[in-house]
Design a binder for this molecule. Structure first.
Ligand code: ATP
Ligand code: MG
Ligand code: MG
Length: 551
């Protein structure tokens, strides 16, 4: 595919397999169920599930559910639906890191017995202070030399809920002077008296991400544990656990650069803020870079997958992907696959004065110019039609090839008309145009003159009223969250949504939710999943017609 960009992990796996160093691969996608998936997650999904698909391996879905306070069943359900919508299937049952809590606890006891973990009474602030900095070694906690017996007893009492949150933690005993701060006695367990969506009230202590992730990978036989570059510094710790615990296999952690997309934020925390503050209409608002928001906006699963293929996988951090690339991916899909229709978004009435009051004729036109399988549509023409206000100018500039007083234009798929008269109200506002039809122009050029312009139109008698939601980027600037501490909400685009009432051709009378169209001369639109009911027709603008992406 000419749109594929390099994917170093795919190349590496291919080499390993070809050299016989690796047989069946197992990957996993490990979301934390604390929000909806976004386009950055799509990159990770396409990578992990894609590798399993390409090399005949397996990909697991594992919820990384070690932080019950922020997690919810509703997020689990949404994440599963999004992955399925993208067209991927996880191997085996859905897995949860919490499935392994018993094993992880036994392994924590194992480390304690070996003198490689201890219960610490320092407060969270003290632990941070003792840990030191990049330039300054850490210092040992005064509790670091408790005996294994004492530690085992304290750990067991932590598990039983005898201590308050923050009172005690379990830490690995590694190296308080390590240059990698992650190795300065990392926390393995915290006390948390929280109800867990999977394990209920069974646990009063919860394992840390670092103590959970690699061991879960090992328990599942994961071969390639793929994560984003922030975890590069955690890799020595990931490996330390695998070395110091009796794990069945030793997976490898491989890091890649996360996706940063212009004009969006890809952090669940920030997206949640937009939802919680009511700035958007839920996680699946069509302006959200969430997978469910993109779905509602009109993206196809294929377009999201194509985009992920186009951006490739590298270790080059900090880059920013042009949003035009995403728009290109969906536009080229819809160009080929969306049926055409005419829809007038800013209606202006045109009276065709040389047609009788009861005139009605119907043109049969292709559903798609290159797709016979899309059949035909029927366009009735009557004495009054709607055209778009922007297709008329009273005093047109030189290169305006649309309608103007005394000028001609073609009604798409129908006749050439000439504007004879402009009717205004008392305030000088244009009310309607009086035009005449040249009957000798159907399917052929007019005699002796050239008419360049073609405009879309809809018969007023047959027009289907539609609500059209015109979406634009949610953020005005390319990098709303580049400044990590800055307030990304300052950069919101006040015109990210404009709602208009328009008129569509009759083929849109019975529109199925989520069906996609090219509104000719206007853009690509998708019937809203939820709002298209009880006879209401609501369309979301997916993307405009003009492709701004230069290869
Ligand atoms: P967020 O900061 O948005 O919460 P996260 O990394 O904490 O992201 P997880 O639910 O832990 O979210 O992510 C699941 C997987 O998706 C991880 O392996 C993570 O590395 C990957 N991922 C998350 N964001 C991106 C991104 N922007 N680009 C590529 N992969 C990503
Ligand atoms: Mg995470
Ligand atoms: Mg996160």
């Amino acid at each position: 595919d000419s749109h594929s960009a390099p994917n170093f992990i795919r190349n590496q796996v291919r080499e390993e397999i070809e050299a016989g160093r690796q047989d069946a691969i197992v990957t996993r996608f490990p979301p934390e169920p604390n929000g909806f998936l976004h386009i950055g997650h799509a990159k990770s999904i396409c990578l992990n599930f894609g590798l399993a698909e390409q090399f005949g391996g397996q990909c697991h879905l594992r919820f990384d559910d070690t932080n019950p306070a922020k997690e919810e069943q509703a997020y689990i359900d949404a994440i599963k639906a999004d992955i399925t919508w993208l067209g991927f299937e996880w191997d085996g049952a859905v897995r949860y890191a919490s499935d392994y809590f018993d094993q992880l606890y036994a392994w924590a006891q194992h480390l304690v017995r070996e003198g490689k973990a201890y219960v610490d009474d320092l407060s969270p602030d003290e632990i941070r202070e003792y840990r030191g900095t990049l330039t300054e070694a850490g210092k040992p906690s005064p509790y670091r030399d408790r005996t294994p017996e004492e530690n085992l007893d304290l750990l067991e009492r932590m598990r039983k809920g005898e201590f308050a949150e923050g009172e005690k933690v379990l830490r690995a005993k590694i190296d308080m002077a390590a240059s990698n701060i992650n190795l300065r006695d990392p926390i393995l367990y915290r006390v948390r008296h929280a109800h867990h969506h999977q394990t209920g009230d069974k646990w009063k202590i919860y394992p840390s991400y670092d103590f959970t992730h690699g061991q879960s990978d090992a328990l599942e036989g994961v071969t390639h544990s793929i994560c984003t570059l922030e975890f590069e510094d955690h890799r020595p710790l990931y490996e330390w656990f695998l070395e110091n615990l009796p794990v069945p296999v030793k997976p490898r952690q491989i890091e890649f650069a996360r996706l940063n997309l212009a004009h969006t934020v890809t952090s669940k925390r920030k997206l949640k803020l937009l939802v919680d503050q009511g700035i958007v209409d839920g996680w699946d608002d069509p302006r959200m870079p969430t997978i469910s928001g993109m779905r509602r906006r009109g993206y196809t699963p294929g377009s999201v997958r194509k985009f992920c293929e186009m951006i490739g996988v590298t270790r080059a951090d900090g880059g920013m992907v042009d949003i035009a690339m995403l728009y290109h991916a969906i536009r080229s899909d819809l160009e080929d696959n969306a049926p055409r229709a005419m829809c007038v978004l800013k209606p202006l009435k045109v009276v065709l004065t040389n047609l009788p009051e009861d005139h009605e004729e119907t043109f049969e036109v292709a559903g798609h110019p290159a797709r016979d399988d899309m059949g035909v549509r029927h366009l009735p023409l009557t004495r009054e039609v709607w055209i778009d206000r922007d297709d008329f100018m009273e005093e047109p500039p030189k290169k305006f090839f649309r309608l103007a007083p005394g000028k001609e234009v073609r009604l798409r798929n129908a006749y050439v008309i000439r504007c004879d008269e402009v009717i205004k109200d008392a305030d000088g506002e244009i009310q309607e145009l009086r035009c005449s039809v040249d009957f000798d122009t159907l399917g052929k050029n007019p005699e002796g003159r050239k008419v360049k312009g073609v405009i879309h139109w809809v018969s007023t008698a047959h027009a289907v009223p539609v609500e059209v939601r015109l979406y634009d980027n949610l953020f005005q600037v390319e990098a709303p969250d580049r400044d990590r501490d800055g307030d990304f909400l300052e950069h919101l685009n006040p015109e990210s949504l404009r709602v208009v009432e328009g008129y569509a051709e009759p083929s849109l009378a019975d529109v199925d939710p989520e069906s996609r169209y090219q509104f000719e001369r206007v853009g690509y639109f998708c019937a809203d999943r939820y709002a298209c009911r009880d006879g209401k027709r609501v369309f979301n603008r997916t993307v405009g017609l003009k492709d701004g992406w230069a290869k």
